[in-house]
Design a protein around this ligand. Structure first.
Ligand code: ADP
Ligand code: MG
Length: 238
């Protein structure tokens, strides 16, 4: 299961309010995109869901359970970081298994989970390589593999493709769509790239400086933008 509910969520940094009361329902298995201009609060909201940032007001529920005060490790979610966060001195296998190892999982379980993730991500023949001996796309897949082994309730991605070149970005976008199909997990994905949002999302949440401007399917947003901000951002005529 992986339903996520936000109820009147606010974030204040000192006396500056950056998230201004957000209500949102994310269903189990949905691919949800947070999109909006730089500085509008996408990363902050994602980090609040993951527990990396405290929620100032309001509540976050995962499968009905109030997790607002829970630390990240208890929420069962995983944050996929950009590939430069890999450990350079470790093999692909050890990078992917590291979090399980530090959690004290037995070697047989780690092997099974790493092998499964490697097969989902087509990394089987690269397990003994170091990150520096992989392509950019392969490295990004390893970063995703580190999350898959933990069987998360949901995946949280913060602009995972932003430091890849354009061609690789298109390829990885396709890979992530396939991954969502094969795992069926809830995914929340932050981007400021409209094309990425329109091609990947079941549901798009357009953020306008701490508020939700509109929530809808790519088609709804394109055909019936709620206001000029959404229309201009999604690139539809209004
Ligand atoms: P986005 O990811 O949409 O570009 P962010 O969530 O990173 O936006 O930032 C939203 C706003 O919150 C910005 O104005 C940013 O400067 C501010 N902000 C983010 N993190 C902090 C922090 N730790 N302290 C103070 N302000 C912050
Ligand atoms: Mg950001």
């Amino acid at each position: 299961m992986g339903s996520i509910k936000l109820e009147g969520v606010e974030k204040w940094f000192g006396d500056v309010q950056v998230i201004k009361g957000i209500d949102l329902d994310i269903e189990d298995g949905e691919f949800v995109i947070f999109v909006g201009p730089s500085g509008c609060g996408k990363s902050t909201l994602l980090r609040m869901i993951g527990g990396l940032e405290e929620t100032s007001r309001g509540a976050i529920r995962i499968d009905g359970r109030d997790v607002t005060a829970e630390p990240p490790a208890k929420r069962g979610l995983t944050m996929v970081f950009q590939s430069y966060a890999l450990y350079p001195h470790m093999s692909v296998r050890d990078n992917m298994g590291f979090s399980l190892k530090t959690a004290g999982a037995p070697k047989s379980e780690i092997d099974t989970k790493v092998n499964h993730a490697a097969s989902v991500l087509k990394l089987e023949q690269y397990l003994d390589r170091r990150p520096k001996d992989l392509s950019g796309g392969q490295r990004q897949r390893v970063a995703i593999g580190r999350s898959i082994v933990r069987d998360p309730t949901a995946f949280l991605f913060d602009e995972p493709l932003s430091n890849l070149d354009a061609a690789l970005r298109v390829e990885m976008r396709y890979e992530i769509a396939k991954l969502h199909q094969s795992l069926g997990s809830t995914m929340i994905y932050v981007t400021h790239d409209q094309v990425e949002a329109m091609t990947l999302a079941d549901k798009i949440v357009v953020l306008d400086f701490g508020k939700v401007a509109q929530v809808g399917s790519p088609r709804e947003l394109y055909e019936r933008p709620a206001n000029l901000f959404v229309a201009q951002f999604i690139g539809s005529p209004k």
